[in-house]
Design a protein around this ligand. Structure first.
Ligand code: PMP
Length: 605
């Protein structure tokens, strides 16, 4: 029988998600229940007869992709569809990928690497975020469509080998348009290159539906180096094209790993795409219908005019958004809730997608239902506030590497959801919060101020006494409750010194006492070398004696021949990690480490 522990752990992490209103399911029958205001089939081409016939006919080239394009995969249809596609967008060349996700990670990784800087909009799609992360370039995230913030980021990237700005044309969750002309101007001023993801603009905006860049009508010299169009949306099929120069295409077939190491899309997909590009280009009537529906829906809900066909309907709370979606479903409309991590915490809502095949009567009916829901929304009953998961980073001693481990957790957590860091009590000259910010690249609003900061580098009780103060445990706990209830998926709390270090003397309160009341997961950080066995085993024993389990153990410092294995065996802690002394303590060094140790399961946000 399989050891059930892993399933138990996974079940706990699923329950934690469910408590935050984040339970998700695949639709069992794969059919959209009700009038579809949820899928991205903007023009209804997924059911187009001519495209379906092209798909069937192309099966003559084989049903499967057989192998990677550079080996025996693909067909003449792949190349033909790429040429048709480039022509549509007015670019020199295009390259077909099996999906938009793969196209973005391949493209970004092929254009940026170590020594480069990627500047990425905070609301960019996960595929751009993951591409940036995998590339090993330094990533600077700027506020959504904030040109001032982008300019600041570009200035701070001076000296980079290459600067790459990533944006969506129409943003997939907010439905708004990127200021492409202004972004391009900044790229020219600061010698950067621009990538535009046209997933939600292609087929809808610009002449012949060629997208947001085409719609912006930018003439003359510009810095656009690549556009990505996903083909599972307006084009109704699957896959994605990257369009750019002929050199870019040749570079991608050598350097985009998600192209090189994957099986070619099946020939029927390439055949269907060839027909879809033609159909989409000529579909001015369908574009007008989808865009008209979106304008009608937004105006009747009193929402801002949408840039394309996505109308976000804000709700705020995830569970409320799910309830509203289910009310609509009962009334025959399908508009799913979008929740973190797809959107920022507290920004849950409905993402209403307008399509060419909805009638204006259906749009009006949906709008009436939403207006009704809005007006009858009773103030939510006082519920227990949503609580962040808390991960306490505690040490076996002072100076063991807790801050570096906190930075690793924060850097990893940012990819998965919204995390905050809090060092409740700082003593001495070091500013651990600043260090975590610099190393993790976490945005300033995710770093919470210290509850107290005492200049003497000593235990909290002694450092407080040195300035005639005491740590007020009541106030500390109130601060903790407030931070825990504030919007975040995860709160990383870094302790000062070891577990038995006092916060106060009379009555005696140890850090461990406070930890026992926190309802938190514990991450224990210890030295790697001589002396660590005793400290670590005693700390684990102390934690367990209080009913606390150790979620992970980090040994920091030069690798030791046997301590890691000994502690793994004697503590039985399932997740043990070795963190070396980084020669160059930098975000890039942390990324290298994170490439080897995926902390996603540890964080379970
Ligand atoms: N980019 C954006 C902006 C998207 O919305 C999506 C899909 N939701 C993708 C890329 C990924 O495309 P695909 O579904 O083809 O993997």
């Amino acid at each position: 029988m399989t050891d059930p522990r892993l399933d138990h752990e996974l079940e706990r992490s699923l329950e934690a998600r469910a408590r935050r209103g984040l339970r998700r399911e695949t639709k069992l029958d794969g059919v959209v229940p009700g009038v579809d205001f949820g899928s991205n089939d903007y023009l209804g081409l997924s059911r187009d007869g001519a495209i379906a016939s092209a798909l069937t006919a192309a099966a003559a080239h084989g049903v499967g992709g057989r192998s990677a394009r550079l080996l025996a995969g693909g067909s003449i249809l792949h190349e033909e569809s790429e040429r048709a596609f480039a022509q549509w967008l007015g670019s020199e060349a295009a390259l077909l990928f099996p999906s938009g996700y793969q196209a973005n990670i391949g493209l970004v990784g092929a254009l940026a690497g170590r020594g480069d800087v990627i500047l990425s909009d905070r609301d960019n799609h996960a595929s751009l975020i993951d591409g940036a992360r995998l590339s090993r370039a330094r990533v600077i995230i700027h506020d959504h469509c904030d040109l001032g913030d982008l300019e600041r980021a570009l200035k701070s990237a001076a000296g980079a080998r290459r600067k790459l700005v990533l944006t969506e044309g129409v943003f997939s969750m907010r439905g708004d348009l990127a200021p492409l002309a202004e972004i391009d101007r900044l790229c020219r001023r600061y010698d950067a290159w621009l990538v535009v993801d046209e997933a939600h603009a292609a087929g809808l905006l610009g002449p012949g539906g060629a997208g947001a860049w085409a719609a912006a009508g930018i003439e003359g010299e510009h810095r656009l180096c690549a556009r990505l169009v996903t083909c599972g949306k307006s084009l109704g099929v699957a896959g994605a094209f990257v369009a750019g120069s002929d050199v870019l295409r040749r570079h991608l077939i050598h350097a985009a790993r998600s192209f090189l190491f994957t099986t070619a899309p099946p020939p029927p997909i390439a055949g269907a795409l060839l027909a879809a590009v033609e159909r989409c280009q000529a579909a001015d009537d369908l574009r007008a219908a989808a865009l008209g529906n979106a304008r009608l829906l937004a105006s009747s809900l009193g929402l801002p005019e949408p840039a394309a066909a996505i109308v976000p309907f804000p709700v705020g709370d995830s569970s409320e958004a799910v309830r509203l979606a289910s009310t609509l479903r009962d009334a025959g409309f399908y508009a799913p809730a979008v929740r973190p991590p797809t959107v920022p915490v507290e920004s849950a809502g409905l993402r209403l997608v307008c399509r060419a095949d909805q009638t204006s009567a259906q749009v009006e009916q949906l709008s009436a239902l939403l207006r009704e829901a809005r007006s009858s929304a009773v103030p939510a009953p006082a519920r227990a506030p949503a609580q962040a998961e808390v991960m306490c980073v505690a040490g076996t001693d002072t100076d063991v590497g807790k801050t570096v481990v906190s930075a690793l957790l924060m850097r990893a957590a940012q990819r998965l959801g919204h995390a905050r860091y809090w060092k409740p009590i700082q003593t001495g000259d070091d500013d651990d919060t600043a260090t975590v910010q610099a190393l993790s690249g976490a945005p300033a609003d995710s770093l919470l101020s210290n509850h107290a900061w005492f200049p003497l580098p000593a235990s909290p009780h002694e450092a407080a006494a040195a300035v005639g103060q005491r740590v007020d445990l009541g106030a500390l706990e109130r601060d903790y409750k407030r931070h825990r209830a504030a919007a975040a998926d995860l709160l990383v709390v870094e302790f000062a010194g070891g577990l038995h270090v006092p916060i106060d003397l009379d009555p005696a309160v140890l850090q461990l006492d406070w930890l026992t009341r926190m309802d938190a997961e514990v991450v224990l950080v210890a030295r790697s070398g001589l002396g660590t066995l005793n400290h670590t085993l005693l700390s684990v024993e102390s934690l367990r004696a209080r009913g606390l389990s150790v979620r992970a153990l980090f040994l920091v410092g030069p690798p030791h021949a046997s301590n890691f294995r000994t502690l793994q065996a004697l503590t039985g802690v399932a997740r043990c990690y070795e963190v070396p002394t980084f020669k160059d303590l930098s975000p890039a060094a942390l990324d290298d480490w994170l490439d080897r140790y995926d902390l996603a399961d540890l964080l379970h946000v």
